[in-house]
Design a protein around this ligand. Structure first.
Ligand code: NAP
Length: 306
């Protein structure tokens, strides 16, 4: 049986390490502060934001949740972000995406002060990432590196293949793997013979958004497979096919009306990989943990304690 890269365990380790740093800041000056801006009512975003605020509370991080209406204009939202940029209690600003169509998302993300950009999406911080300068790193990619390192998966000298080239996952995780001295190939929808390229990987990262697309044919026997995908299936027949008629999965689907699956075939990966991150319970839990880590690091930088 392959090793399971357990994201919940790594998340708990990271949170346990952050707690004394938060307490030290609170004792000497003030707790770190995170502001989350949630525009309108998007049920998935509301769950993400609730989890972020709860994790702040667990760690003693001060949090503010701002909930402007879905009708907000770009200029009004720029005003909200500028207020947070100027707020001395706030070290991190997160604008939950997606934003309503009338709002210029790029302008909003650019308006976040780079030093408070705890998502690591601002071009200044993308530059810091590329140049290996200090600054917040995108949370999911940073979490993937923590998941590998804290499970003693060697990265230096290994062949890493990343499927997906998004600004949020694919590109930054490729850069972080490169900085860890992997030889990195980035693939996308125009890559010819993707299975053959993926089979070269010692470490295969799937960040595609296509349910169970990475099957046995893509996985070199003994590879480490990191599954970033979060796909909600609503077709019972697809659940039956992907989970090979698993009674447990089908019962879960019948209860909830959907089933979560990653970008990697959940059965094939067990048969081929030497280690893999499951969905759920792999990469997912680390995204919020790294958001907290970025917020604490931002507070330490702003309060000159590091
Ligand atoms: P995205 O912006 O849609 O990017 C998907 C990437 O996959 C693109 O680069 C696309 O190529 C590539 N792709 C699509 N179909 C392909 C195919 N058939 N063959 C090869 N490449 C293909 O998605 P994302 O934001 O990076 O997210 C990827 C997945 O990770 C999603 O399931 C998302 O929900 C999940 N995610 C999870 C977390 C977490 O915390 N666990 C965080 C972020 C994202 P092109 O560029 O050529 O179009």
């Amino acid at each position: 049986m392959p090793r399971i890269l357990d994201g919940n365990r790594v998340r708990d380790e990271i949170k346990a390490e952050l707690k004394p740093r938060v307490e030290a800041l609170a004792a000497t000056s003030r707790p770190p502060g995170l502001a989350v801006v949630l525009v309108g009512h998007n049920p998935a975003s509301e769950i993400y934001v609730r989890n972020k605020v709860k994790t702040c509370q667990d760690l003693g991080i001060y949090s503010e949740k701002l909930t402007p209406p879905a009708s907000i204009t770009t200029d009004e939202l720029l005003g909200v972000v500028n207020g947070l940029n100027a707020n001395p209690k706030i070290d991190g600003i997160l604008v939950q995406l997606p934003l309503p169509p009338q709002v210029d998302t790029k302008r909003i993300l650019l308006s976040i002060s780079p030093e408070k950009d705890v998502d690591g999406f601002h071009p200044c911080n993308v530059g810091n990432l590329v140049a290996q300068l200090p600054g917040p790193r995108a949370c999911t990619p940073a979490g993937i590196i923590e998941l590998l390192k804290r499970n003693q998966v060697a990265i230096a000298g290994k062949r890493a293949v990343v499927v997906g080239r998004s600004d949020i996952v694919g590109k930054p995780v490729s850069m972080l793997l490169l900085h860890e001295h992997a030889t990195v190939t980035i693939c996308h929808s125009k890559t010819p013979d993707l299975p053959a390229v993926c089979r070269e990987a010692d470490i295969l990262v799937a960040a595609i958004g296509r349910a169970a697309m990475i099957t046995a044919d893509y996985i070199r026997p003994g590879a480490t497979v990191v599954d970033v995908g979060t796909n909600y299936l609503t077709d019972r027949a697809e659940v039956a096919r992907i989970f090979r008629n698993s009674a447990e999965k089908l019962a879960g689907f019948d209860r909830k009306g959907s089933a979560l699956v990653g970008d990697v075939d959940p059965i094939d990966v067990v048969e081929r990989a030497s280690a893999y991150s499951p969905v759920p319970g792999g990469v997912g839990p680390l995204t919020i943990a790294m958001l907290m880590a970025n917020t604490v690091a931002s507070a330490e930088r702003r309060l000159n304690v590091c």
